[in-house]
Ligand binder design. Structure first.
Ligand code: SAH
Length: 401
């Protein structure tokens, strides 16, 4: 390894910052009803507000089932605007749209909405920055600014659902079908808020976004206790593990959390999830030229996964500013895929949607200041994948992204 690998400390506890204003999406239904009652309104107005929130209605004037006199107060008290769009950037003829959001304290995060013929996926952030210190990821190199609240995470998905419903994305009005936690942050390091977000995503409309479990993907560096906890929740969402190396020696440097929970332990925890859900998990592997893309590592990975209920998602590395590393050349990618498949491991290569607007994994690093603390907006992955065949990888995995 070379100097590009700066050794940053692992950070588990997010710095405490001023909390975002109270929002309905952070509350249980009972808490929301109590809050509405305190404002002198009948409890059922909490349900009305929830319906408006999940439908993407932000203007109180449109909440016509709420008495005009109470709309502004209720909205101000329970539906404060937590995400201010700073800019949208579009690619693929508008079918990929990246949004940079400013939070109440100036922290920046991003989400990316990708529309495909069969589905629409939004990639959301769970933290501002990230404490996991992966050296090939711009967010990992920026450090952790803070955890997002549930409402801040949910809001990204709600905004994407509204953009689809309102016909803002070419192709006519449509429905948001998939959510992936592959934006900024380590979702399982912000467990309680992500758990709440999962409820909001999965709860049927009008009290949630009504997504299917398999259409929601939680991606993690491999926080083993949190994977076990997720296993016990009784959910069936898709689990993705960022492995990036089959051997501990290399993974210790690429995914520093490996020094705490190693390859064997992470896969065992993921196996537990697969056993409970009966569902294949995803192994994410960024192909980095001459670092982790050697044929022997493909064989090692193949042996490791051959008997497991796993699927490999290869991501050609998106170089980050200042890094010496590059994506593996196409022949090396093909060889890697071929060896995994020969070992009987289902393998796909993620497409590079959004890379021309720095919307792919690890690409965005819009520096900003939060209370004088630099903060960096998301490396967001392109989330679709397909088999590497002739030329450009195309095609799609039905249960991913
Ligand atoms: N913290 C979560 C979510 C991170 S982003 C996790 O690590 O799983 C989703 C994926 O993008 C992860 O697999 C991450 O390792 C990968 N990634 C980050 N930077 C990248 C880069 N520069 N090129 C390719 N993939 C990258």
């Amino acid at each position: 390894m070379d100097d590009a690998m700066t050794a940053l400390p692992l950070v588990f506890d997010a710095p405490r910052r001023t909390k975002p204003p109270r929002h309905l999406a952070d509350l249980t239904r009972d808490e929301a009803r109590a809050a509405v009652t305190e404002l002198g309104q009948p409890a059922f107005r909490a349900d009305q507000l929830a319906r408006h929130f999940y439908a993407g209605v932000t203007d109180p004037a449109q909440m016509t089932d709420v008495p005009a006199a109470a709309r502004e107060d209720l909205a101000a008290a329970l539906l404060p605007g937590l995400l201010t769009p700073v800019r949208h950037q579009s690619a693929d003829g508008g079918r990929t749209r990246k949004t940079l959001w400013r939070l109440h304290d100036g922290a920046l995060v991003e989400s990316v909405l990708m529309r495909y013929p069969e589905r629409a996926t939004v990639c959301i952030s769970s933290q501002a920055g990230c404490g996991m210190a992966c050296p090939f990821c711009a967010t990992g190199q920026s450090g952790l600014t803070r955890n997002l609240s549930a409402a801040e995470i949910i809001g990204q998905a709600v905004a994407a659902a509204a953009a689809m419903a309102n016909g803002e994305i070419p192709g006519g009005p449509g429905r948001l079908s998939n959510v992936v936690f592959m934006g900024m942050g380590e979702p399982l390091a912000n467990y309680a808020r992500v758990r709440k977000t999962l409820d909001a995503l999965l709860t049927p409309a009008p009290h949630g976004l009504g997504l299917a479990q398999r259409s929601v993907t939680v991606s993690t560096v491999g926080l083993v206790p949190a994977i076990r906890k997720l296993t016990e929740e009784g959910l069936n969402v898709t689990l993705a593990v960022s492995l990036h190396a089959p051997d501990d020696e290399l993974r210790d440097t690429l995914v520093p959390i490996n020094t705490r929970w190693n390859v064997g332990e992470v896969l065992e925890a993921a196996d537990g999830y697969a056993r409970r859900t009966g569902r294949r998990y995803s192994i994410e592997y960024a192909l980095i030229r001459d670092v982790n893309d050697q044929p022997f590592r493909a064989d090692l990975l193949g042996r490791l996964l051959a008997k497991r209920l796993a699927h490999v998602n290869l991501i050609p590395l998106n170089p980050t500013p200042g890094s010496q590393w590059d994506a593996s050349p196409l022949p090396a990618q093909r060889e890697f895929v071929a060896r995994l498949r020969a070992a009987g491991v289902p393998t796909t290569v993620r497409d590079t949607r959004g890379s021309d607007i720095d919307g792919a994994c690890g690409q965005l690093a819009a520096a900003d200041q939060v209370d004088g603390v630099p903060s960096v907006a998301v490396p967001v992955p392109a989330v679709e994948e397909g088999p590497v065949e002739e030329g450009v990888p195309l095609g799609a995995e039905s249960d991913q992204g």
